[in-house]
Design a protein around this ligand. Structure first.
Ligand SMILES: NC(=O)c1ccc[n+]([C@@H]2O[C@H](COP(=O)([O-])OP(=O)(O)OC[C@H]3O[C@@H](n4cnc5c(N)ncnc54)[C@H](O)[C@@H]3O)[C@@H](O)[C@H]2O)c1
Length: 389
């Protein structure tokens, strides 16, 4: 069985998490690290005993001949770095969201197709142990026919939450609902409908956004509908995001700390809630042994499942479950939500116009280029409060 050679481009928080998994998985080996900052390279290289350390990504790829390049970098760099890496004709995985608009995601997929390589987007929420437990019952038909999917974010500023967390939630919804055909959405800022002046650069450089509360209705295949809420709360909860499937015979609900099954389509406080059954998370066979290689429980099952799936996909010559095609469709839905909220229309997917709809909306209103906003969350919110008065 082939061991896949992996290099990591970007060695801070997410790069460290990715490198640990590729190091621990029995079918992958970290053969090179790249970062612009030598101390990050050395910290991670020393931890995993990887001596091939580079500050130039092209040199790293030329010298290490990897099968796969992981690109865990800041959002605005996802597509530009993916394009640069794909030029070498190598498979990639890139952090979510896949790009800041559809022009970027289209360019990445076109380059991957030209070079005949695979793209995966690091949407590991679709694959973690609780999601696997839900997927198993779903595939066994335990909730009957799926009718509706509910998902809600962590409480971030709505448009930012859509880019940051909605990308995971939507990708998970696609696992069950299939292709999303159309969206309608409402977005408000301080309780009033958004205007072109509410279009802003997101915190953390996560694209162009609008609205502190975003509510979207999604139409999937086979008559399945869904709702995605990205509403801002004064206090956010990093574990608050939730997804729930409503079937003709039961319901399934999960987040990153648990999953539950209700063997009945209806739940009311008097006789329903106590009937929710807690599920057990599922892990790949090799997970327990691999976790021993990484100290202090620092190997997360979602990331591990993601890598395990990449190994199987490459072995079988097929797309990753969280492929670039799925990642691009997620960005189509996000852009569709912004377009629907801005123009007050239903948006059919895939949309012909691949420009960012909020940028177009602002331009049409004659507002000119966006004023920059701070990248860190706290400073961004101070500026936004000043703007709103
Ligand atoms: N999948 C998840 O659950 C999850 C969770 C949190 C964050 N994220 C995503 O992860 C990303 C942020 O990860 P992070 O906080 O580790 O990022 P970061 O920006 O802090 O670190 C990226 C590293 O990449 C390096 N880098 C940037 N350009 C480079 C280049 N051209 N060559 C070499 N090195 C380069 C930087 O020096 C930096 O050390 C975001 O996209 C975010 O959306 C995903």
């Amino acid at each position: 069985m082939k061991t896949y050679r992996v290099v990591i481009l970007g060695c801070r928080s997410r790069g460290t998490a990715a490198a640990r998994v590729y190091h621990a998985h029995p079918r992958t080996e970290v053969v090179g690290l790249c970062d612009l900052l030598q101390d990050r390279l050395d910290t991670l290289g020393d931890e995993l005993n990887v001596s091939a350390r580079f500050t130039d990504l092209d040199e790293m790829i030329r010298e290490t001949s990897p099968d796969l390049v992981a690109i865990p970098t800041a959002p605005a760099l996802h597509a530009p770095l993916a394009l640069r890496v794909l030029e070498h004709g190598v498979n990639i995985e890139v952090e979510k969201p896949m790009g800041m608009d559809l022009l970027e995601t289209d360019a990445v997929m076109a380059k991957a197709e030209e070079k005949g390589v695979r793209v995966a987007v690091h949407h590991q929420w679709r694959l973690h142990g609780w999601a696997q437990a839900v997927g198993k019952l779903f595939d066994e038909g335990r909730i009957g026919d799926l009718r509706y999917i509910f998902a809600s974010g962590k409480g971030y500023y709505g448009g930012f939450g859509l880019m940051e967390i909605g990308t995971h939630l939507l990708n998970s919804m696609l696992r069950f609902g299939g292709h999303c055909q159309s969206v309608t959405a409402h977005a408000t800022t301080r309780g009033r409908a958004i205007t072109p002046k509410d279009v802003l650069p997101a915190p953390r450089g996560n694209g162009t956004i609008a609205g502190d509360h975003v509510t979207a209705t999604l139409q999937f295949e086979n008559g399945v509908t869904g709702t995605l809420l990205q509403h801002q709360f004064e206090e956010m909860d990093v574990h608050a995001h939730v997804i729930e499937l409503y079937g003709t015979e039961g319901r399934l609900l999960w987040h990153t700390r648990g999953a539950w099954f209700l063997p009945n389509p209806h739940a009311v406080p008097t006789d329903g809630l106590d009937r929710w059954q807690k599920l057990k998370p599922l892990y790949p066979d090799s997970f327990e042994e691999a976790a021993k290689l990484i100290p202090e429980g620092n190997l997360t099952d979602g990331d591990y499942w993601f890598v395990d799936e990449y190994v199987r996909a490459l072995d079988e010559g097929r797309e990753h479950e969280c492929s670039g095609y799925e990642g691009r469709h997620v960005v189509e839905i996000i852009m569709g939500i912004f377009e629907s909220a801005a123009y007050g229309t239903r948006v059919n997917l895939p949309q012909a116009n691949r420009e960012h709809p909020l940028a177009r909306w602002r331009n049409e209103a004659g507002l000119g280029p966006l004023e920059p906003m701070p990248m860190p969350d706290q400073e961004w919110h101070i500026e936004e409060k000043k703007r709103l008065g």
